[in-house]
Design a protein around this ligand. Structure first.
Ligand code: PLP
Length: 359
């Protein structure tokens, strides 16, 4: 089998150009006689990659000097714990919006730290939706407001971000670098790389440097943002190969026209599937229309048997990874930056055909 249309929610499809470049450089990175995987993280070859990865993210998001770009480990899940550990001072709380499965996991970790306040909760609503600005009231002793910019399982996305008086902290694991945004609105943004940035193993954190200045003495060295800011994410051995692919993927994004161009393409791709859902009696979207994600399109068929058949038949036609998350079932088409528009056309044609035969 050749390459398939990979609709997986993550690890997810990467740009073919990036994979080919990595393949070409795998055995002998730029005449060094070794793979970048085998190179010292203090050597000049890796240093250039590390520097480029930071520069690419800085350029794509137009970051000011107030922000640090960090490459950490432990996934977005580690950030769920690091954020309250580092940002909440004695007497403060972290405010959280609960918009679904991933926000709930962030909340669980903040509760372990004993400093969590849920200020809005839409996690049990159908159709799935994000909280509305009027539903959010931050605490008087709030250190930050945490949101999940895109709920990967629920298929919902914040379209405009809430404006609050405290730093906004966002889990952007499943929509980072998919659209332009004003980072100045945020205190901290984080994302596991394995959807829109590269392979798993590296977590991108973009944070206002001043927020890292006050941290409790009991926080371990590796779990302090200040450690990684002070050492340019080289306090210990970073996940060099994952950062290398991230550098290539962000270089690819810049060459494609940056975030404006990506947003236009992402919107157009998602709209094709949502338009079909809206014009059909057979498919039913699970997200409230005004919060529909451009990254993860979730929908149901009339029965679970038909869903299983749909996923199996799609698989035979080179469309893989369409099964909804095991906690909710249904169908989910994850169409991140690297997912080609032609693959969406193939899916839409397949959906029309399947509905005509089985509707
Ligand atoms: C929105 C969101 N947050 C967090 C995570 C967890 O990321 P990780 O596996 O990198 O810890 C995921 C993974 O799918 C996600 O989609």
């Amino acid at each position: 089998m050749g390459r398939v249309y990979n609709f997986s929610a993550g690890p997810a499809i990467l740009p073919e150009e990036v994979l080919k470049e990595a393949q070409a450089e795998l055995l002998d990175y730029k005449g060094s006689g070794m793979s970048i995987m085998e190179s010292s993280h203090r050597g000049k070859e890796y240093d250039a990659i590390h520097t480029e990865a930071i520069a690419n993210v800085t350029k794509l998001l137009n970051l000011s000097d107030d922000y640090a770009v960090l490459f950490l480990q432990g996934g977005a899940s580690m950030q769920f714990a690091m954020i309250p550990m580092n940002l909440v001072q004695d007497g403060q709380v972290g405010d959280y919006t609960n918009s679904g499965a991933w926000a709930s996991k962030a909340i669980k970790e903040a509760k372990i730290q004993g400093c969590c306040n849920v200020v809005a909760d839409t996690s049990k609503e159908t159709p799935a939706r994000m909280p509305l600005p009027g539903e959010i009231k931050v605490s008087d002793n709030s250190a930050y407001l945490h949101i999940t910019s895109n709920e990967t399982i629920g298929g919902i996305q914040w379209k405009t971000f809430p404006e609050v008086s405290v730093p906004l902290v966002a889990d952007m694991s499943s929509d980072i670098l998919s659209r332009p945004m004003n980072v100045a609105q945020f205190g901290l943004i984080y994302a596991g790389a394995q959807k829109n940035l590269g392979p798993s193993g590296v977590t991108l954190v973009i944070m206002r440097k001043d927020l890292a200045e006050r941290v409790k003495d009991t926080v371990p060295t590796m779990l302090r943002y200040s450690t990684h800011i002070d050492n340019n994410s080289l306090y210990n051995t970073p996940p060099c190969f994952s950062i290398y692919i991230l550098a290539l993927a962000t270089r690819w994004l810049l060459a494609k026209g940056g975030l404006e161009a990506m947003e236009a393409q992402n919107r157009a791709k998602a709209a094709k599937i949502y338009d079909l859902i809206d014009s059909s009696d057979f498919f039913k979207g699970t997200a409230a229309p005004e919060f529909r994600s451009d990254m993860n399109v979730t929908f149901r068929l009339p029965t679970e048997e038909l869903e299983a058949q749909f996923i199996a038949e799609a698989g035979k036609q080179s469309m893989k990874g369409l099964k909804g998350h095991r906690s909710v079932g249904g169908v989910r088409a994850s169409i991140y930056n690297a997912f080609p528009p032609a693959g969406v056309d193939v899916l839409v044609d397949f959906m029309k055909d399947f509905a005509a035969k089985n509707g």
